[in-house]
Each structure stands twice: as structure tokens, then as C-alpha cells.
Ligand binder design. Structure first.
Ligand code: NAP
Length: 276
């Protein structure tokens, strides 16, 4: 019997248990995947006990993606570069941290928008944890330029600073949300990626004024998947742009985690169906 869990707080909306339970059943692995909600006060105690708990693999979500790092024995290259872990494998007495959001984002971009970042000019909205994974993925795949725009400018600058050693030939920029910058940047982008949490609520504003969106076609990827079409995606769709939400990213980061933990190919279609 193999046990897996998602750790985070709060966890009541997590779709991961549905997705992984379906994957375990399909691959005939005797096991279970459970939500493991850890209140912040108990976080340290739980992390110190990870090696005695009977779990083989964990997904890590908000607010612990960075906080788990000191408790792990090793990080893979992506997790180290990003500074965040969303998947842990407990194997041969060692806890190894991975960041499978990078893989999830790139697979989903390819599948949903038929796009690879190589040579593309990309505007990333937001500079939180998810933005770090997205910017890293874009650099890894040699985007032509990446502009990070965030309400808090210092956080956008920090991502650019941290990722500079990996930039290669990619041009990098950090801006605050301001119409004068939006006006300058939008005409020259191929892809807009929303990594902010703006759009989760119906009352949330549109971060980019509709009148400033270019006439030519741009692809828009929103990491939010609930609602399935944020205001940004609805507006982009009305413009005739290609759009995608973050459901594919969620599925593929989960699929990659499943493969790391079990060594078996993830049944992606089944996982997708379980949460779609
Ligand atoms: P986070 O670290 O808390 O970052 C939140 C970001 O949203 C920050 O850039 C923040 O700006 C910005 N923001 C929040 N409220 C704002 C507002 N009113 N106006 C402008 N900007 C605002 O969160 P995260 O972990 O990066 O996650 C961000 C989103 O991505 C969430 O919706 C999450 O569900 C989604 N996500 C999806 C997947 C997937 O698999 N599809 C994976 C990871 C995350 P400041 O820096 O100025 O506060």
C-alpha cells in the first residue's frame, strides 16, 4: 500500500486528491492519496516527522511551497532555481524536492495553445510563487523577452534579479502596473500569462484595460482554472485571441509528480477527466 498526500492550508478546494485517486486506480497501484491540511502552528512538527510518516510522495501547495525547503535533503535543478517545491518524494530515507509546475506549465502551453516559448515575447502578470515557476520555464525554453508586471514592483524586480543568471539571450524587464507601461509593452507581446490571483473572484477587475489590447492576435494563458474563464480570458476570447486556463498546468504538474513517485507513466486523460 503506497500513500500520498497534498499538504497545504487551507485545503478544502484542492482537486489533487480526485486526480491522483483516479490515476492510482487506472494504473492498478494499491494506494491512496489524501488531503493533509497542516495548520501553520503544527507545520514545523509535521515537517520534522516526514521521515516517520508512511507517505511516499507529497504535493505541496499554498502557503508551504517555500517553507518546506529547509526540511528536505535535496532539491532538483528546477526547484533549486525557483526556490519553491510543489512535489516531494520520500525515497531510500531521503526527502527530495521537485518543482513540477514548470513541466506542467510548458506541457499545458503546448497542448492548449500549440505554443512553445522559444523566440516569443511574453508579458507575465504577477510576481508571486507561481510567477517564479513561469518565468523560469520561459527562460529555460529561450523566450525572446520576458516582462514581469506586478502591483508590488520590488517583487517583480526580485524575480528578475534572481533569474538573471539563467537569462541567456532572453531580455528581462520588471514593471509596476501602470497604463503608461502597459501601453508601451502590449503592442509587442506574443503571449500574456496571468499568474496573479486576480480573476478568482467575480468582482475582480480586469488587470489590462481592454482598449489597450492589441488588434493582432495574442495568446493568453491564465493560471486560474476556477472560474474556467476569468474576465481576462473572456475579454481575450472576444478579441479573437487564443486562450487557455490553468487546468492543464494542474493536471500535468500532478502527472509529473505521479511519475516521480511511482515510476509509472501517468494516465493523463484519466486525471484530466477526474477534475474536468
Ligand atoms: P502568490 O504568491 O500569493 O502571488 C499572488 C500574486 O497576485 C502576486 O503577484 C500579487 O501581487 C498578485 N495580486 C494579488 N491580488 C492582487 C490585486 N488585487 N491586484 C494586483 N495584483 C494582485 O500566489 P501564487 O502561488 O503565485 O498563485 C497565484 C495564482 O496562480 C493563484 O490563483 C493560484 O491558484 C494560481 N496557480 C495555479 C496553478 C495551476 O496549476 N494552474 C499553479 C500555481 C498557482 P503583489 O505581489 O503585489 O501582492
Amino acid at each position: 500500500m503506497q500513500l500520498f498526500a497534498v499538504i497545504g492550508y487551507p485545503l478544502k478546494h484542492s482537486l489533487s486528491p480526485y486526480m491522483h485517486t483516479a490515476a492510482l486506480a487506472k494504473t492498478k497501484i494499491e494506494g491512496a492519496y489524501v488531503p493533509f491540511e497542516i495548520v501553520p502552528m503544527q507545520f514545523e512538527a509535521v515537517m520534522k516527522s516526514l521521515k516517520v510518516l508512511p507517505f511516499t510522495g507529497y504535493n505541496v501547495t499554498v502557503p508551504y511551497k517555500e517553507k518546506v525547503i529547509p526540511y528536505l535533503d535535496r532539491l532538483d535543478t528546477d526547484a533549486k532555481a525557483i526556490g519553491a517545491v510543489n512535489s516531494i518524494h520520500y525515497s531510500r530515507g531521503r526527502l527530495i524536492g521537485y518543482n513540477t509546475d514548470v513541466y506542467g506549465f510548458l506541457c499545458s502551453l503546448k497542448e492548449s495553445l500549440s505554443m512553445t516559448p522559444c523566440g516569443k515575447r511574453v508579458l507575465v502578470l504577477g510576481a508571486g510563487g507561481a510567477a517564479r515557476a513561469v518565468v523560469y520555464a520561459l527562460l529555460k525554453e529561450k523566450a525572446q523577452s520576458v516582462v514581469v508586471m506586478n502591483r508590488t514592483l520590488d517583487k517583480a524586480k526580485k524575480i528578475i534579479h534572481d533569474m538573471r543568471p539563467l537569462m541567456g539571450r532572453t531580455l528581462l524587464g520588471a514593471y509596476a502596473f501602470d497604463e503608461k507601461y502597459i501601453k508601451k509593452i502590449l503592442p509587442a507581446v506574443d503571449l500574456i500569462v496571468n499568474t496573479t490571483s486576480v480573476g478568482l473572484k467575480k468582482s475582480d477587475p480586469l488587470l489590462l484595460p481592454a482598449r489597450m489590447l492589441p488588434q493582432r492576435s495574442v495568446a493568453v494563458y491564465d493560471l486560474i482554472y476556477n472560474p474556467a474563464k476569468t474576465k481576462l480570458l473572456q475579454t481575450a476570447e472576444r478579441r479573437g485571441y487564443r486562450i487557455a486556463n490553468g487546468l492543464g498546468m494542474l493536471v500535468y504538474q500532478g502527472a509529473r509528480s505521479f511519475e516521480i513517485w511511482t515510476g509509472k507513466k501517468a494516465p493523463v486523460a484519466v486525471m484530466k477527466k477526474a477534475i474536468g
